[in-house]
Design a protein around this ligand. Structure first.
Ligand code: NAD
Length: 254
């Protein structure tokens, strides 16, 4: 029998931003492959994700967490260790969008809010997850950036800055821990159908504009991101480190 790279039984996996969208689909996929999943989310909708996992026979729990607050992130990681004794993998995926505005019209409050969740949140998760992983011999982490971490989208300057920053954090952390058994990579999704983009995809004009920028002519379903994350956290990706993994349907290929 060959080794199954996607077997996560016995592994403890943290997922942030799993009350919906990409995080929920990925939490379900990890649990489906046998992982014990601990979800950190600011939204109580994450309890529904836990329920879906339990109904399917999996193991999951929810720790109400605001990723932009240090104490909250520390509590999230500590709860996972209390419950399961270790952390093997983490998917730092929580994120928010600012209201659309040109840079000179963007409020300072919106800038600070988006940087706090989308950039500082990833920094805090990395910091405390890495401390935990160093205690138990290593692990793998994936941070959600975006195509907006690689190229800019108009009207979203705080988001573009935060997502570019997530790539910087990913690369820095990968270098800092390269010899200590922790791999850190970034997932850069293109357009995915989630509550974050529902309002765009419900608007025919907006959908037309988005599709003109979409070589595959469609948005992805959140489930299409999950396999990439499971791959990056697995031994199949044992030499993939500090990488930005595009899953954008060729959006940035031209
Ligand atoms: P989503 O809105 O369904 O998920 C975002 C999740 O983050 C939710 O569960 C939300 O409750 C959680 N969250 C928000 N603020 C939080 C906080 N302060 N602390 C903890 N949790 C918090 O949207 P999604 O599209 O699934 O987004 C997931 C990630 O993917 C985000 O980082 C987003 O920027 C990124 N992304 C999405 C797309 C897309 O097209 N949908 C494209 C590229 C990148």
């Amino acid at each position: 029998m060959g080794h199954n790279f996607f077997d996560y039984s016995g592994k403890v996996v943290l997922v942030t931003g799993a009350s919906s969208g990409i995080g929920r689909a990925t939490a379900l996929a990890f649990a489906d492959q046998g992982a014990s999943v601990v979800i950190g989310d600011i939204d109580d909708g994450a309890a529904e994700t836990v329920e879906l996992i339990r109904q399917a026979g999996g193991v999951a729990s929810f720790v109400k967490t605001n990723v932009s607050e240090s104490e909250s992130v520390q509590n999230f990681v500590n709860m996972a260790i209390d419950r399961h004794g270790r952390v093997d993998a983490a998917f730092n995926n929580a994120g928010i969008l600012p209201p659309t505005a040109e840079l000179a019209q963007m409020s300072e409050a919106d800038f600070d809010r988006v940087i706090a969740v989308d950039l500082r949140g990833v920094f805090l998760c990395l910091k405390y997850q890495i401390r935990a992983m160093l205690q138990t011999g290593g692990g793998a982490i994936v941070n959600t950036t975006s195509v907006a971490g690689v190229i800019a989208d108009p009207g979203m300057s705080p988001y573009v800055a935060a997502k570019h920053g997530v790539i910087g954090l990913t690369r820095s952390a990968a270098l800092d821990y390269a010899t200590r058994g922790i791999r850190i990579n970034a997932l850069a999704p293109g357009l995915i159908r989630t509550p974050m983009t529902d309002h765009w995809l419900a608007d025919p004009e907006m959908t037309k504009a988005l599709m003109s920028n979409s070589p595959m002519g469609r948005a992805a379903e959140p489930e299409e991101m999950a396999g990439v994350v499971l791959f990056l956290c697995s031994a199949a990706a044992s030499f993939v480190n500090g990488a930005v993994y595009l899953a954008d349907g060729a959006m940035t290929a031209h």
